[in-house]
Design a protein around this ligand. Sequence first.
Ligand code: ADP
Length: 242
Amino acid sequence: MTEKLHEVDRAVPCSMSNTIGVAAFFLIQNILRLRLISGIARGAAGPPRHSGFVIPGGFCSVLLHFRFPLRAFPVVRRAIYPGSFDPVTNGHLDVIARARTLFDEVIVAVAINDQKQPLFAPDERLAMLRQAITIDAVRVAPMEGLLVEFAASENAHAIVRGLRAISDFEFEFQMALMNRKLDPEIETIFLMPKEEYTYLSSRIVKEIAKLGGDVSAFVPPLVAAALAKKFAPQLGNIASVI
Ligand code: ADP
């Protein structure tokens, strides 16, 4: 009987240490698992497109990756700023600079098959933008077809648009909702330029330049020169009529 009691005495600490060990194992495992799951949730809630891979939960997730399939996490926040840029104005450049503070990379997408009848050919618009943009991590690219498809092909998860006045809102709102319908993973964000650019548009700049007005306050110098060159023959005709 005494021997039996001794056996029980020995057995109790032994089974207790086993229980503590098992409990500790499950606790650590669950902490690691939670870390991994919260990493996955963050990834799911965040921008879905990516151009690189990080391992959530660091080394721990390597240990657990047989239980939870690893998924890629976005490391580059990339946005598309689409438009006709016919030609680029200081308002566009202001929006690009603002977008760049929010995203790691901004792609300025020049619409090629725009329904508007552009004054400048696509190559001219691309070249002017490339020369006018002086900040890093901004790429200028031609864009044909659907904006959401272009954004997906570039691994971008946001579309940036500029909002100048209420008059922009209706069209922009319609376009943003349609793009969301076409690709729910791409978010549209609107940025407001400096007040002094809120009345500025490519169309108004072209009208001023066409009539021989000074547009140097509204566009980069190279664009002002290109506009002057474009309208020089017309201005010559106006002068000869007068
Ligand atoms: P525009 O409307 O002048 O012809 P785009 O088609 O190139 O210009 O416009 C591209 C985007 O840039 C649109 O979202 C437009 O609202 C925005 N944008 C154009 N001009 C300005 C400006 N002065 N300030 C802020 N956003 C602008």
